[in-house]
Design a protein. Structure first.
Lengths: 375, 468
């Protein structure tokens, strides 16, 4: 992303970040009438912890007590979660606790005090610390984290993903692996500037992570349509889109995969998706944070996990404009290889330049390709 | 009173006024003055010595004559008072230096002269002059701008050295002018002028102490931010605990200085402490100070990890890397040379796993240099931070290659031999922290371990620069 990004960060209000876009980019080349558009959501997700006003307080002593308790609780986990289902170990839980403190206190320097000076003088410890959540709630939250294995991102109400902080309430928590999908788009549009324009879609957008990140990569020149079947997801995505001030550039539509996109058939510059791809039988054995808490509809990809991926590939051949790009996340090597073979067998001559791209852990994770341009 | 002395006195007063007014105004008037002077057929000697008559002053419409001396950009000219006294001369006179409170101009002058001498030594004055000459030759080459990057670097360095030299020269001249004024005031029995000039000397004397300190941090990268890396020596948990104590010491020291501290990577020990960690200090002169800490730190204590309560000696190595903005040591990293890894991989990954662990390790394949970051909450940010660390490590390598004389401060952890001890911290049987390079010691290890390091650092910096 070497060229200048026309987005500027402004700090407003209580440290909330907002993106403002220079006017020039707001004029879309040609507007498309949405079939079923969600303009603004009536119900809003809960505000992420770090954005809430510091309406609570506790003495440093009480906060320290909670912190010591939470630390002991995390330590008691040892490697038992790792052994059970490849869950978090104590070290990771300690780090999460540190982040929870960072999000929950107003004065960030407190978190280092909690770690270093447990034996300060009495007077100092009676000092009041301003909090964004009550101390009882902190106890409740950490119990949920350890005893119920509630994902940390649901505890603090947000996920740090790429350079974004996203509300993730009730939706699939975007994974670090998926960050690479955005790098792939950045690479493609820097090779072919024309692709920056036109329509990009994020299918099954969930929190809106991919849509927002891609929109920023497009530098205001293209438009993004994000679809999802779940109204909850669209509410959360709408909140996140608004928080980054991209509502003029990202359109949210309710519906399954390509269904709400009848008006842009054959016009898409790019199709990106992280669809559910876990084989149904594997759902039971998943890490508790995932299996017990995240929406199944965002995970379960049918018998072999490929139901949605195959549908996405089939339709991509119809939906993309010539030269258009697609990138999908898969469950790993088997699915990636299978998909490449499937596309080669069924869409030969249409979808081309197929590639399998690995994630940072070295697992073949993504399949990418283009719609052939007519000679 | 001779007309000459009157004129000189007048001009110095006006000059003093000007020095206090805003600088732009002074600059403009100096320039104007310069042209006017050229019109008024002043000879070059006029610039340097007070040997012109009052008639010339009238032509310059009341502008102070002594400011003319500031035009002499020829650094070779040794400034002196009207009666030929130079800064070296003042030092040669061996005037007794008394307390600041004693109103003795000779004492002030001697103290200031001594400071000037020290500052020049710290700036490595002779080397600086030689370097300037070399750069001037380079700058005068006709084909200089064939390589704009090189030309830019040369002219920047030339400008920076010229700046330092001019500042010193101006300081010297100011000293000599005040001495002139005092002598004049005595001649004229002008008590007011004498006390004014004496006060000016006193404030110069105080100012010179600050300049001495500044000169300690005049190295090329001294003003940069930096990374500090700490690695535990052999000896298992006891050493790892010591490494964590050393890291904590730097974190607290940095916080006192108002540096922003970020933990970049941390490999915790199995039972306690750290195997290795990297922190980043953001702030002016972070590297200038921290570079004094490079080497091996030794701890002697009763180990809390030894059930038999025996005395243990542990070691921790410290490396400091400047985060340099210098383009000439900025290594271009080729993306294809990098291997990026999730630090803790394993399992299916993707949707099946929800982990907040997004640590990233980047390997620079040609050099084998790696960088890790796990402190950030997203993989993207961890990668960006790790890239920054990697960039600095590669730059450091380049810097060491470019300048062997810098090698001492740009050693990486792997280059530091365990024999290279710089400081001992003894908690038992007695209490002492001793710097083995300067022999500076204190008997309160607790305060040192809480970050009270400045006296050690300043002692080392001045010792290493002030030795002949």
């Amino acid at each position: 992303m070497g060229s200048a990004v026309p987005l500027q960060l402004h700090s407003i209000g209580r440290g909330a970040m907002r993106l403002s876009i220079s006017r020039a980019y707001l004029a879309a080349p040609h507007r498309v009438r949405p079939s079923r558009s969600i303009c603004s959501s009536s119900s809003k997700p809960r505000i992420p912890l770090f954005l809430r006003p510091p309406n609570y307080s506790a003495t440093l002593t009480d906060l320290q007590k909670w912190h010591d308790w939470a630390k002991t609780l995390s330590s008691s986990v040892g490697s038992s979660f790792v052994d059970a289902d490849n869950g978090p170990d104590s070290a990771l839980l300690h780090r999460e606790l540190k982040w929870l403190v960072e999000d929950a206190v107003e004065d960030k320097s407190i978190s280092s005090e909690l770690r270093t000076n447990s034996e300060q003088n009495h007077e100092h410890n009676l000092r009041n610390v301003r909090l964004k959540v009550g101390i009882e709630e902190l106890y409740r939250l950490w119990k949920q984290r350890i005893h119920e294995r509630r994902p940390f991102q649901y505890i603090v109400g947000c996920e740090h993903w790429r350079d974004l902080i996203l509300s993730v309430e009730g939706v699939l928590i975007p994974r670090p692996e998926t960050e690479v999908l955005v790098d792939l788009v950045a690479e493609v549009v820097s090779d072919n500037e024309a692709l920056r324009e036109g329509f990009w879609v994020d299918l099954g957008t969930g929190s809106g992570a991919i849509a927002i990140a891609i929109c920023r990569v497009l530098e205001g020149r293209g438009r993004v349509i994000a679809t999802d079947l779940s109204p909850t997801a669209l509410t959360v995505a709408g909140y996140n889109v608004q928080r980054y001030g991209l509502q003029e550039l990202i359109e949210l539509r309710q519906g399954s995969w390509y269904k709400p996109l009848r008006d842009v058939v054959g016009k898409l510059s790019g199709i990106i998706s992280n669809p559910p791809y876990i084989p149904s039988d594997n759902i039971v054995g998943l890490q508790a944070e995932v299996g017990k808490h995240e929406p199944r509809v965002a995970l379960d990809g049918g018998t072999n996990g490929m139901d949605e991926l195959i549908h996405l590939c089939d339709e991509a051949a119809v939906m993309l404009k010539p030269g258009g790009f697609f990138a999908f996340e898969t469950n790993g090597e088997d699915q990636s290889k299978y998909l490449v073979k499937y596309v080669e067998d069924n869409h030969r001559g249409r979808l081309c330049d197929l590639k399998i791209v690995s994630d940072f852990a070295g697992i073949p994770r993504f399949i990418t390709g283009f719609l052939n341009e007519p000679l | 009173m001779s007309s000459f002395a009157l004129g000189k006195r007048l001009c110095n007063r006006v000059y003093a006024l000007f020095r206090n007014s805003n600088h732009r105004g002074v600059l403009i008037s100096r320039r104007r003055l310069f042209t006017e002077l050229q019109c008024s057929s002043a000879t070059p000697q006029n610039y340097v010595l007070f040997n012109c008559g009052v008639s010339d002053f009238k032509n310059i419409s009341g502008f102070p004559f002594s400011t003319l001396r500031l035009f002499s950009t020829q650094v070779a000219i040794e400034p002196s008072t009207a009666d030929g006294l130079t800064v070296e001369g003042i030092i040669g006179n061996r005037w007794t230096i008394l307390e600041e409170s004693e109103s003795d101009w000779r004492s002030h002058a001697a103290a200031i002269a001594q400071s000037i001498h020290l500052i020049k030594k710290r700036l490595q004055w002779k080397k600086l002059m030689m370097r300037l000459e070399l750069l001037s030759v380079e700058l005068n080459k006709a084909d200089l701008w064939d390589d704009p990057a090189h030309a830019g670097k040369i002219s920047r360095e030339h400008g920076s050295i010229m700046g330092k030299i001019k500042e010193m020269k101006a300081f010297e001249r100011e000293l000599l002018e005040h001495i002139d004024m005092i002598k004049l005031a005595r001649e004229e029995n002008d008590a007011e002028l004498e006390s004014e000039s004496l006060n000016a000397l006193l404030s110069m004397r105080r100012n010179s102490k600050e300049k001495e300190l500044e000169a300690l941090l005049a190295g090329e990268n001294d003003s940069c931010s930096c990374y500090i890396e700490v690695q535990a020596g052999a000896g298992g948990t006891e050493s790892m605990d010591w490494a964590a104590m050393v890291m904590q010491m730097y974190i607290m020291w940095a916080q006192r200085h108002g540096f922003k501290v970020t933990v970049m990577e941390e490999m915790p020990g199995e039972i306690a402490g750290i195997k290795r960690a990297t922190i980043k200090l953001d702030g002016e002169y972070a590297f200038g100070y921290a570079k004094a800490e490079v080497g091996v730190h030794r701890l002697v204590r009763i180990s809390p990890f030894d059930s038999n309560k025996r005395r243990h000696t542990s070691f921790a190595a410290v490396a400091v890397i400047p985060i340099s903005g210098d383009a000439s040591t900025h290594v271009q990293i080729n993306e294809a040379d990098l291997r990026i890894e999730r630090f803790r991989s394993g399992g299916a990954g993707g949707q099946s796993v929800n982990t907040t662990d997004s640590a990233v390790r980047i390997v620079h394949i040609p050099t084998g240099i790696t960088a890790t970051c796990q402190n950030e909450r997203s993989q993207h940010q961890n990668k960006a931070s790790a890239m920054a660390v990697l960039q600095s490590r590669l730059n450091q390598l380049e810097m060491a290659r470019q300048a062997q004389m810098n090698a001492q401060h740009t050693q990486s952890l792997s280059d530091i031999t365990w024999g290279n001890q710089i400081r001992s911290y003894v908690l038992h049987p007695y209490q002492m922290v001793k710097d083995l390079r300067t022999n500076y010691e204190v008997s309160d290890p607790d305060s040192v371990l809480e970050g009270d390091l400045d006296s050690f650092i300043l002692n080392y910096l001045s010792t290493s620069l002030d030795k002949d």
